[in-house]
Design a protein around this ligand. Structure first.
Ligand SMILES: Nc1ncnc2c1ncn2[C@@H]1O[C@H](COP(=O)(O)OP(=O)(O)OP(=O)(O)O)[C@@H](O)[C@H]1O
Length: 441
């Protein structure tokens, strides 16, 4: 069990807020964020305080407390990467009003190393760790996918145009492996340059438009996923984990009057708000369920494509961080207050992360445990209590079963090794060795 981590980040004033001579209504100290309602009478102007796992002050870069892109990575990004290396699914999901800084935190500015966001930094450091040679015996396989949900339809941001697949992909649910997008392209990557190339392509394909609130407003929810597989031999037995890192940049919640939206933009805004409403409903239901006395409730995951795809990340098998982005300006008081309230509720969500072991390796581990148990039984056959058992199961029979088990164990282990070796030549990166050795498919 692990509660969802929640962090809040405030950005600097934008041009619009500066031209409107806005006041900063946000204050942060340690992990506390407070907000003042400037429109209340002075005597009622008591700030409302919220405590989160982290509060990031990025209002003024000349301030000594200024939280940079690197700081956010070192706090949230590193934690996410560590979870993936430990074999868990991990997720960072940026939420907040339009123009509040979600894309800046997740993607950042492509033309400046310093201003890169969590997605490029996590990807870069993933390969840095792999190539640092810390885990000499481990081989790694990384695959990425990038999709957007636009007007409730799923689109592959990395699909080559000539594939002839339908524009809108179907979301399906597998009883064992969970929710997935049918026909979503998966791309094997062996170094950061590969990821960078795909990110550039995907970002170029993403639906972005100019609104009054944000010159480059994301009109879709985007999910960049890294599927990360680690394989090694431990005490002569295979060990293999598969983790999924979901990096989510949600479209911003918006009010038609402040975005000045009409026509297509208005329809987009309606769809964005609809799926965000479901997102909020899911958060609220899960937060209610975490109360000890509350019974299991129906969680409306399937009410939107967004929440259906994030089912594991919200209340399921994942270590999840929600990054709530906010504006510092008094004109955005209502939206900021609502973001802070939902972020506060999200702290109560309890997830159930588990180490994701490869099913074949799990079988080998279970078989090994069974052979161990039988051997122990054989060894202790001299003890009287065990004799009773051996009456039913003769000693010879036990020896035979151990033999069969060991042979099967050997076969499965060799099969696994063979499979990893053949995959390694094309798609794996081996720690400590130069990447060029491994050609891509
Ligand atoms: N911490 C920050 N420091 C400096 N500039 C920032 C910061 N956060 C956001 N900005 C700037 O604010 C503007 C809006 O940010 P961004 O596009 O990330 O918002 P958004 O929440 O993704 O909006 P939308 O939901 O409309 O896509 C951008 O010009 C961005 O560069």
């Amino acid at each position: 069990m692990a509660s969802v981590k929640v962090a809040v980040r405030v950005r600097p004033f934008n041009e619009r807020e500066l031209s409107m001579d806005c006041k900063c209504i946000i204050h942060m100290q340690d992990n506390k964020t407070s907000i003042v309602n400037q429109h209340q009478t002075l005597s009622h102007m008591t700030p409302k305080e919220f405590v989160y796992d982290a509060s990031y002050w990025s209002f003024d870069h000349t301030d000594s407390h200024y939280v940079s892109q690197l700081d956010v990575y070192q706090d949230l990004g590193k934690m996410t990467l560590d979870s993936a290396f430990d074999g868990y699914n991990a997720c960072v999901c940026a939420y907040g009003q339009t123009g509040s800084g979600k894309s800046f935190s997740m993607m950042g500015l492509a033309d400046s190393d310093q201003l890169q966001g969590l997605i490029p930094r996590i990807s870069k450091n993933l390969f840095c760790t792999i190539n640092s040679g810390q885990c000499q015996q481990t081989t790694y396989r990384c695959e990425v996918s990038y999709l957007e949900i636009y007007n409730e339809k799923v689109r592959d941001l990395l699909r080559s145009k000539d594939k002839g697949l339908s524009e809108n992909l179907k979301v399906r649910e597998h009883p064992k492996t969970g929710v997935y997008v049918q026909d979503l392209s998966q791309h094997t990557v062996v170094n950061y340059d590969d990821v960078d190339e795909l990110l550039t392509r995907g970002n170029h394909n993403r639906t972005v438009a100019s609104t009054q609130m944000n010159e480059a407003s994301s009109r879709s929810h985007a999910i960049f996923t890294v599927k990360f597989c680690q394989a090694k031999m431990v005490d002569n037995f295979p060990s293999e984990t598969i983790s999924k890192i979901n990096l989510v940049d949600l479209a911003g919640s918006e009010r038609a009057d402040s975005t000045g939206a009409t026509g297509i933009r208005l329809k987009e805004g309606g769809n964005i708000n609809k799926s965000l409403l479901t997102f909020i409903n899911v958060i609220s239901t899960l937060a209610d369920m975490s109360g000890e006395q509350t019974k299991k409730q129906y969680v409306p995951y399937r009410d939107s494509v967004l929440t259906w795809l994030l089912k594991d990340s919200l209340g399921g098998n994942s270590k999840t961080v929600i990054l709530a982005a906010i504006s510092p300006a008094d004109v955005n008081y209502a939206e900021t207050m609502s973001t802070l309230r939902y972020a506060n509720r999200a702290k109560n969500i309890i997830n159930k992360p588990t180490v994701n072991e490869d099913p074949n390796v799990k079988l080998i581990r279970e078989l090994r445990a069974e052979v161990g148990r039988l051997k122990l039984l054989l060894e202790s056959s001299g003890i009287s209590a065990e004799r009773a058992l051996l009456q039913v199961q003769s000693e010879e029979r036990l020896v035979e079963e151990i033999g069969v088990g060991e042979r099967r164990l050997n076969d499965l282990t060799n099969e696994w090794k063979y499979q990893k070796d053949s995959e390694k030549e094309v798609t794996y990166v081996k720690s400590g060795e130069k990447e060029e050795k491994f050609t891509k498919i």
